[in-house]
Write a protein that binds this ligand. Structure first.
Ligand code: R5P
Length: 271
């Protein structure tokens, strides 16, 4: 099988190919004048690598999988996973639909830190890899304390901190609406410390900004934001830096300027 890189994950796909020794397959992704996507794959079998961080990403991935007779899908960032159930009557459960689209075309689906167990439960045979050890290793030997911005990420920060060899804690978060969160500290002593906020996703940055404000109020020396998936919607990076975040450290599940850690080895070991 060859690796077929989608436009959303060109570098990670190449890194996976180099690590596994697999070849890159031939494929064309382009756009018709009216904006529609055109996909052509000149292979019969392949491992299609493409994160879903937009509707175009999803269409490109599904079209490429559909061409193949035998396909695996590597979806490093599984978008649409936050709508993992019906919160309000009449809502589409997005990840359920995405799961059906992927699993009807791929014999196996591999992802990294899907947002929730609920989201994962919509797949029949999902391999959900954990990049938290890699985030932790990035900070090993650095004198930091790791903090989860909410209770939901406690298990994640625990794993990262174990691999970093540092202390960890969590903050309690209350979501007011889609864009506003209020956070209060648990039992953190961050005075004079370099703090790393660890989360699975940074999307609008609201969660990290609120956490950073509180950490600085508590006397933190510096605050860094670390995540697996740097969605960084709506100028989130600017928001983070304006809030005093000293650096953003992310993996390459979403390729961007902050992709300082690669999940290529992790994926390569599992395909
Ligand atoms: C929430 O459950 C997630 O772990 C993240 O904290 C959340 O998705 C971050 O979103 P935002 O950056 O928009 O606050």
């Amino acid at each position: 099988m060859k690796i077929i890189p989608c436009p959303s994950s060109p570098l990670l796909a190449r890194r996976i190919a180099e690590t596994t020794g697999m070849e890159i397959g031939e494929a064309i992704f382009r756009r018709f004048p009216d904006g529609e996507l055109y996909v052509r794959v000149m292979e019969r079998e392949g491992v299609v690598v493409g994160s879903i961080n937009s509707n175009d990403d999803l269409i490109a991935l599904i079209f490429a999988l559909d061409v193949l007779d035998k396909a695996k899908a590597v979806v490093p960032y599984m978008g649409y996973a936050r709508q993992d159930k019906v919160f309000q009557e009449g809502e589409a459960v997005s990840i359920k639909i995405v799961a059906e689209m992927l699993e009807s075309r791929a014999e196996e689906v591999v992802t990294v830190n899907i947002h929730s167990n609920e989201a994962a439960s919509h797949f029949k045979r999902l391999m959900n890899l954990d990049a938290m050890p890699l985030l932790g290793e990035y900070f090993a030997e650095k004198d930091v304390v790791m903090v989860s911005p909410d209770k939901g990420s406690v298990e994640r920060v625990k794993i990262a901190a174990k691999h970093a060899g540092c202390e960890w804690d969590y903050m309690e978060k209350r979501r007011i609406d889609a864009e506003t969160v209020e956070i209060t500290p648990k039992s953190i002593d961050v005075e004079g410390k370099d703090v790393v906020i660890v989360d699975d996703i940074i999307s609008t940055g609201g969660t990290v900004v609120e956490a950073a404000k509180i950490l600085y109020r508590l006397g933190a020396k510096s605050v860094i934001a670390a995540c697996v998936h740097a969605v960084l919607a709506e100028n989130a990076a600017i928001k983070l830096f304006n809030a005093g975040i000293k650096d953003i450290v992310a993996t390459d599940t979403i390729e961007c300027a902050f992709s300082k850690i690669s999940v290529a080895g992790l994926v390569a070991e599992n395909i």
